[in-house]
Design a protein around this ligand. Structure first.
Ligand code: SF4
Length: 83
């Protein structure tokens, strides 16, 4: 199944682990919590959960996102899969 959305629950400790695991997907804005880079999402398409709808990504990026979610020390990265 493909990952269609990513969202965060509160409590990011800004450790950068997600941005290290998937640098083309996650970023840490200056002074802010981790987010999904604009180039990795379909801007303007949100959900009631404030999830980021992902642009088309390849298998490598999907695995990197899964690794980032698994590796987040406070477990606040969530993914939704379609298919
Ligand atoms: S891995 Fe988790 S805690 Fe660390 S920067 Fe990313 S979202 Fe925040």
């Amino acid at each position: 199944m493909a990952i269609s959305h990513i969202w965060f629950t509160g409590g990011c400790i800004r450790c950068s682990a997600c941005a290290y695991a998937a640098p083309q997907v996650f970023e840490l804005p200056a002074g802010g919590d981790a987010t999904v880079q604009g180039c990795a999402r379909r801007d303007g398409i949100g959900t009631s959960e404030d999830a980021f709808a992902l642009a088309v990504i390849d298998d490598d990026q999907e695995q990197r996102i899964r690794d980032a979610a698994d590796g987040c020390p406070v477990a606040i990265i969530h993914i939704r899969e379609n298919g």
